[in-house]
Design a protein around this ligand. Structure first.
Ligand code: OAD
Length: 266
């Protein structure tokens, strides 16, 4: 175990403190924000690492409506590569632990992901909001329908619903566009008692603001990341280490300690 990472006992202690922090009779309402760091150990690149996606591409060229209008072929190529990469990746231990939490926990668990991959669902999570859209979906800019889409996309692709050509784009949210389900996310943040942020650098809004909203609503906040982020001071607890190590440890501790607490109160 590397310096600065949590041992099993420390993870359990942090999880127990989180569950003790609210003297509530019912189980927690948990909102979990996830970012690219969660899928890094599955083999998908993060964005802001020195060798990450934004070191190879200018986001203005490939992740804005203006970039798509200027050079749709480049944008399709960028997302085609990323969509093809999904064929070879699998959910990791952190995705599986989150799915286990949703299935085993007596409270409500909502995952809000900035990730456009399908790894939460592949691990078995059901209650997932893809606030930045999904690589495996296409959006028709003519009829506005979204469709499952596994193969390459191009300016010649035809909308399966309206038949229009040259109107298909990746169903992902670009800079300058409104993320999906923002009202539903806002409501969940106002109601949550625990908020975790996993593998996100906290650079992109509105997601970067969620911790503050959850804090203001009285939630206990925990950051799980391989390093402390620029937002670290906003979190009550930090667990430093690779997601595949710290997330399963923390979740196991949470389920165990909340089970103990529930027994005490009933
Ligand atoms: P970033 O690349 O900005 O941040 C990834 C975070 O994950 C960093 O804080 C890393 O330290 C951390 N990390 C890396 N490997 C990890 C591991 N194995 N375990 C735990 N943490 C790890 O990615 P995001 O914060 O997800 O948006 O980026 C947010 C948005 O910016 C993306 O959704 C995308 C991007 O531009 C759009 O394209 C609209």
């Amino acid at each position: 175990m590397l310096m600065g990472q949590q041992t099993e006992q420390q993870a359990f202690d942090i999880a127990r403190d989180c569950t003790k922090a609210h003297a509530i009779a019912t189980a927690h309402q948990i909102v979990i924000l996830t970012g690219a760091g969660l899928s890094a150990e599955s083999g998908l690149s993060t964005f802001r690492h020195p060798e990450g996606i934004w070191s190879r591409y200018d986001y203005k060229d490939v992740a804005t409506p203006e970039g798509f209008a200027k050079d749709p072929d480049l944008v399709h190529e960028f997302y085609n590569h990323r969509r093809a990469a999904l064929k070879t990746v699998k959910p990791n231990a952190a995705h599986h632990a989150l799915a286990h939490l949703e299935a085993a926990y007596p409270g409500h668990v909502l995952i809000v992901t900035q990730n456009v991959d399908h790894l939460h669902e592949a691990a078995g999570s059901k209650n997932v909001i893809h606030m930045h859209g999904q690589l495996l979906k296409a959006l028709c800019t003519h009829c506005h329908k979204s469709h499952d889409w596994k193969e390459d996309m191009s300016t010649r692709s035809k909308c399966p619903s309206c038949g229009k050509k040259a109107a298909i784009r990746p169903d992902v949210v670009w800079f300058g566009e409104q993320p999906y389900a923002i009202d539903k996310i806002g409501q969940a943040l106002l109601n949550c008692t625990l908020f975790f942020s996993i593998g996100t650098s906290g650079n992109v809004y509105p997601a970067a603001n969620f911790v503050q909203v959850a804090r203001n609503a009285g939630a206990r906040t925990i950051e799980l990341n391989v390093e402390a982020t620029q937002q670290a001071s906003l979190f009550d607890e930090k667990m430093i280490g690779p997601a595949t190590t710290v997330v399963p440890l923390f979740i196991e501790g949470l389920i165990r300690s909340d089970g103990q607490r529930t027994k005490v109160h009933t």
